[in-house]
Design a protein around this ligand. Structure first.
Ligand SMILES: Cc1cc2nc3c(=O)[nH]c(=O)nc-3n(C[C@H](O)[C@H](O)[C@H](O)COP(=O)(O)O)c2cc1C
Length: 398
């Protein structure tokens, strides 16, 4: 299965904000992800960025004038509006937001928005006082009520040099919002999926931990793929250093015990639990209050077994486990399906160079209750996620 943006018609509206330069990166990343990007610029936007920049990046005409006699289509805004799978306005100025809230259509962009039935996503960018202004807040609320997705803004350093709310979201976050919005009526719409990710950390003392090499990338890919098919996703994560996926409920944890508590709390109202996290099997029996000093040549740390989260999580939901093995992959995974009473196990051989920790690809085998083995080729973790979710969907339906 291709990525969520492959062959999607994205109309990218760009308005007159200082953050216009970031829209160039967004357009580029959309094109790289396989989207067909038609840029519509307001007059204000053309004062910041030359249309030629977008023309060169998208390889398509850029619309700047609703009344362009040389336009390819006689009624450009209507043909764009009909073709669009999504209209994204990034950055969206206060002025543009006000016009949209009022239903105005005095330029190519606002006319396209009024003429489309595609979902509309806007990413505001402005100075903090402009964002906080009651008029802006009322206008944003009006748009939200109409089903418009408002992505951001973020808190941070603004062009004025002040700190505050008003920063345009960064490109990866915008891409996440766009993918999620495109997929919101997907085959997992209405389902809640709890995913765990990352390697847990078990404290030895205030300084040291026992952990493992799990990066969390597989769990994050699962969370994004489920989101992009319309699911409500809760991501219980012990990973560090990965960007939070947009439009996913993220629950950060550290230890196996914290992960267990967080999963058990959230899974009761879920349709599926996918445990992609590498949860410690053992934790130090005692966590020292103070840093353990170096003295003896040898140091022994007594360990206690942690709770097996998949075994503890019982209820009316689909249960999927992951099995990372360095030997006897299929044999060990089959034992786990039965001993943990799982609906599906995803077995990956961590010794395979294309698989496992920290990589963007994975080579896995899927094994269900019938113990039939479905070997998948090397795929991106996002594609592996979709294959897992296909099986989860079949389990929902059965
Ligand atoms: C240097 C400069 C930076 C601006 N940055 C922003 C901004 O970040 N957000 C905003 O809402 N307006 C900003 N404005 C004001 C808008 O450009 C102005 O309201 C304009 O009418 C917007 O028109 P448009 O929405 O049709 O592009 C800026 C203006 C200037 C001169």
């Amino acid at each position: 299965m291709a990525g969520p943006l492959e062959n999607k018609n994205v109309v990218l509206g760009v308005t007159g904000s200082i953050a216009c330069y970031k829209a160039v990166d967004l357009a580029s990343k959309l094109v790289q992800a396989g989207a067909l990007v038609d840029v519509v610029m307001t007059y204000g936007a053309t004062q910041f960025i030359a249309p030629l920049t977008f023309r060169a990046i998208t390889h398509r005409n850029v619309v700047t004038n609703a009344f362009d006699i040389n336009s390819e289509s006689a009624i450009e805004h209507v043909s764009l509006a009909h073709r669009a799978d999504i209209v994204v306005i990034a950055p969206a100025t206060v002025h543009c937001i006000a016009k949209l809230a009022g239903g105005l259509a005095d330029d190519a962009l606002t006319t396209t928005v009024i003429a489309t039935l595609a979902p509309l996503l806007i990413a505001p960018a402005m100075d903090a006082n402009m964002y906080d202004h009651p008029a802006t807040q009322e206008n944003l609320e009006k748009l939200r009520q109409r089903g418009v997705v408002i992505a951001g803004p973020a808190q941070g350093r603004l062009a004025s040099g002040l700190m505050g709310m008003g920063r345009l979201l960064e490109t990866p976050e915008l891409l996440g919002h766009i993918s999620a919005t495109l997929g919101r009526k997907g085959d997992l719409a209405g389902r809640t999926v709890v995913v765990s990710a990352g390697g847990t950390m078990e404290a030895i003392d205030p300084v040291r931990v026992i952990t493992n090499h799990s990066s969390g990338k597989m769990g994050y890919a699962l969370a994004e793929a489920a989101r992009d098919r319309g699911a409500n996703v809760v991501l219980v994560t012990a990973a560090s250093g990965l960007a939070e996926p947009a439009m996913v409920k993220v629950v950060p944890v550290r230890s196996a015990e914290e992960m267990c508590d967080a999963v058990l709390e959230r899974v009761q109202s879920a349709d599926a639990l996918i445990m992609a996290a590498a949860v410690a099997d053992y934790r130090p029996s005692i966590q020292a209050d103070q840093k353990i000093k170096k003295s003896e040549d040898d140091l022994s740390i007594a360990l206690t077994k942690t709770t097996d989260i998949l075994q503890a999580a019982k209820g009316n939901f689909v249960r999927v486990g992951f099995s990372a093995e360095s030997q006897d992959l299929v044999k060990n995974a089959k034992v786990k399906v039965q001993s943990k009473d799982l609906d599906l196990i995803v077995a990956n051989d961590i010794t395979d160079p294309d698989s496992g920790f920290g990589r963007d690809t994975n080579k896995v085998a899927l094994i269900g209750r019938d113990l039939q083995v479905e070997e998948l080729p090397v795929l991106s973790k996002y594609e592996v996620s979709n294959r897992v979710l296909d099986r989860v969907l079949t389990l929902f339906r059965s």
